[in-house]
Write a protein that binds this ligand. Sequence first.
Ligand SMILES: [Zn+2]
Length: 275
Amino acid sequence: MKILLIVSIILLFCVLTLLTQVGGIVLLLSFLTHRFIDARTASKGWRTVWKFSCFIVFYFLVGLLILPLLAKPFNRAPLPVFSQAYVKPLRAITWICNRHYVRKDMIRVVNEAAAGMQQEYPGSVINYLDAGFPLFNGYPLFPHLSHNDGKKLDLAFFYLSPDTYLPLNDAPSPTGYGICEEPRPGEQDMPASCSKKNWQYDLMKKLVPQSARNGFVFDSVRTKTLLGLLMAEPEIEKVFIEPHLKTRLGLTGSKIRFHGCNAVRHDDHIHIQMK
Ligand SMILES: [Zn+2]
């Protein structure tokens, strides 16, 4: 029984470290409270509740108060979570898991793009997806191949309501990934050719429920405007999007690239990276 408990703790530590960077360490820190809780709580059920609550409180204290300070020497800062009306995480899980840290220049780039969007399409919100972890260079942001230095950021496309064709500030996927703007007949179909040889290319589409797809129409106009604003920023070196969307949106310039078949498909989100 004790071995089972130790194995479970090791597994939980690994999963938390993989997904949140510091969750495993916070779990170990929260063990410091266990002797205190055991000594004062008779009921086994209440002990579990208190121990879990301590972990949650520790986790959010570290995430909200300590990590932004620890991230500074690594030249990282958190993207806006609640402070900006027009730059937000698409899903709360992104900031809860500490996956919203970038270089300060990237925050400036995104804020400038948001200001540019307000001039053309007032009320448009830039929804960000995975960025990077707060600490260390080279620490991978699972499951991404890159996103390990604060220079990379994923953004959601813009969408319209299928009934009214009015702009929405949400995206169909529960994770932000995996609901794709598929190639149309006659368009270049890299997802089909890449996924024949690379199993991971299409993986998110297979994992993510597609049920919300019908509630959204891809907003090519606002998405193209956002891409233009981002590519105009001198700090932005590369933008990844599937070739069929590059052609469909009429995007040109050396910054817009194909990411290669070893990555995942990019017709469900935009990837930008700094020099
Ligand atoms: Zn990316």
